[in-house]
Design a protein around this ligand. Sequence first.
Ligand SMILES: Cc1ncc(COP(=O)(O)O)c(C=O)c1O
Length: 396
Amino acid sequence: MNYDDILCQRIQGVKPSGIRKFFDILEEMKDAISLGIGEPDFQTPWHIRDAGIYSLEKGYTKYTANAGMAELRREIAAYLERRFDLHYRFSDQLLVTVGGSEGIDLAIRCLTDPGDEIVVPVPSFVCYGPLIEMAGGKPVYLELKADNEFRISPEQLKSVITDRTKAVVLPFPSNPTGGIMERADLEALVPVLKDTNIMLLSDEIYAELTYGQHHVSPANIPELHDRTIVINGFSKAYSMTGWRLGYAAGPKEIIAQMTKLHQFGIMSAPTMSQYAAIEAMRNGDEDIEKMRDEYDGRRRYLVEGLRRIGLECFEPKGAFYVFPCIRSTGLSSDEFCERFLLEEKVAVISGAAFGPGGEGFVRCCYAASMKDLAEALTRMDNFLTNLRKKQGKAGD
Ligand SMILES: Cc1ncc(COP(=O)(O)O)c(C=O)c1O
């Protein structure tokens, strides 16, 4: 069989995520510390797990409505109003998905005709570009800069918009940079988007994890509301990555098309997870605060520690990553990560994996224990000291 001929050219043309190979090395290594995986280190709070278990005990094991249980959609609508002042009808403006990931995929596929352009600010989460390509579209990368705190400026946005632009991804709070867009930053985009038909795909999976300031969605800005699709979910805020549950909120015309795709491809999101999610929405606010406070302490500790050992570092305002600049080491991001892992057994992720603009940085996830963060910093210090010694010698 010639599988290359059989397989879809478009899918074959998409590059696999650069992160995987790295985790394969890590898995084989004893005593390694991982600041690599972007996943909360907390257990899902017990009362939420219990609600999932109870649903199984009651035998609630059938499909649900395609868009998700009405009871859950009602709770999501109430939650979005309570926490973010966002107003969506449960009946036709909300869709329960398999993680935020499915919502992103559905939105992209619903917006993309062959050759359409979607603007993707980078460095950012790895899925947007490949999903756009697989939908037949063209990702147009917009490089965000550390000296602008990894925000999008109106001038930058204007410079990449063409008459093929269908949408702009807004990946804030950002994985991997920790950058956010404040209200004024979003408002500044209004004149650029006015009189266009461009949609905003706002990935707000880290909306609950901001430090010192409340998350603002583009859907909070009246002029941007109708052009925004909000993607959110349970993975990060409630430490529920494995439950695979998220949701999309937006204009009913778009949610209807996304629901149609979801109906044919997925049917309905996992039923047990939906029951657990109802409990999370009703009684999970305190869990969020507790985890966020804990992350905040670690964030400060890691930023301070990285600066102390000589790495320049933008102070992240959201999510759970620090994105130090490693250019002073003279290594590329890939070299840095590979050598740091092999020499000191600590995994951090190369900034280059997050698209153009990520080179020169590495991503350190602080959803890890303080003990691991302290040990990782000691090893990083050691690595940098040895590197400087070797480089000093080489220069002699
Ligand atoms: C920015 C961003 N969006 C979406 C996701 C996917 O989340 P989910 O588990 O809800 O599919 C992730 C996961 O790491 C992420 O970092």
